[in-house]
Design a protein around this ligand. Structure first.
Ligand code: NAD
Ligand code: ZN
Length: 251
């Protein structure tokens, strides 16, 4: 493990321009469960039904049964040491951007600035009738469904099943993936496309892929190495190594 931490620190320093792609695992230590894991929401709800834009438009009170549970967790959550480590990496000038599949806004809260939110953000809601935008803390999520003063139902500002990835997020992610020297693949099972294509784009452009996950994933064979463990523990170790040992790593 010690050896892999040093290897990652060295690869980051050497690559200079790195990109991190993050998934639900990144926020597990902030108290937000993954969808697919044990006790995850997808054991209770069929995502393609409850999380489909058609359900939200035609039966918002039904979609909000699942959304409310997610929002309760997101409102309470705070960035964990893994989020803070990525914020440090950006401040130190190594991290070009984060491509995140998460909708919890925790990278923003940790202080990162260059964030591509592939699936939007559930910390804001938009009225489906008049377009009014509010913070999640400004509405009553216990209402079924939460409604705007114009009586329209609110939609979390996230990408639902049946909706396209915002085109700018997609094109910027592709460009960042093509041009980075190393990519950190953190806490994602890498089965949701097109986000899952980004490590493949980076790899075929010659980037070093460093995976951080307690489990192997479909991407593991593509990655140069896997550092097995929770990101809230591994990322601070890598950043500390860079901070304390930079002179030795650069040679
Ligand atoms: P996923 O649920 O499919 O996979 C999560 C991955 O995280 C797994 O590979 C698991 O082994 C790993 N993991 C578990 N604990 C970890 C830890 N402590 N540190 C590092 N890794 C850990 O998640 P996904 O690939 O991101 O895809 C699910 C979709 O659901 C995404 O589109 C995402 O937007 C959404 N989602 C978001 C949140 C959030 O915003 N926090 C939470 C759940 C799901
Ligand atoms: Zn409205």
């Amino acid at each position: 493990m010690e050896e892999l931490i040093t290897r990652a620190a060295r690869d980051i320093v050497k690559a200079k321009r790195i990109v991190a792609i993050t998934g639900a695992g990144m926020s597990v230590e902030s108290g937000i469960a993954t969808f697919r894991g044990q006790g995850g929401l997808w054991e209770k709800y069929d995502p393609e039904e409850y999380g489909h834009i058609y359900t939200l438009r035609t039966a918002p009170e039904k979609a909000w049964i699942m959304l409310r549970e997610m929002e309760r967790e997101i409102i309470k959550a705070k960035p964990n040491p893994g989020h803070h480590a990525l914020a440090d990496l950006e401040k130190m000038g190594y991290l070009s951007c984060i491509i995140t599949q998460n909708v919890d806004g925790l990278h923003h809260e940790a202080g990162n600035r260059e964030i591509i939110e592939f699936h939007g953000n559930m910390r804001e809601v938009v009225c489906m009738q008049c377009g009014k935008r509010l913070k999640i803390t400004e509405i009553s999520i216990e209402d079924s469904p939460p409604r705007c003063t114009c009586k329209g139902a609110f939609k979390p500002d996230a990408v639902f099943f049946g909706e396209a990835i915002p085109p700018l997020a997609l094109s910027r992610s592709q460009q960042e993936s093509r041009s980075c020297g190393a990519m950190l693949v953190i806490g994602t099972s890498a089965v949701v496309t097109p986000a899952a294509y980004m490590p493949r784009i980076a790899s075929s452009a010659g980037a070093t892929l460093i995976e951080i996950n307690p489990e192997e994933t479909e991407l593991t064979p593509l990655c140069n190495y896997l550092i097995k463990g929770p990101s809230g523990k591994i990322l601070p170790l890598i950043v500390d190594k860079i901070k304390n040992d930079l002179a030795n790593l650069s040679v």
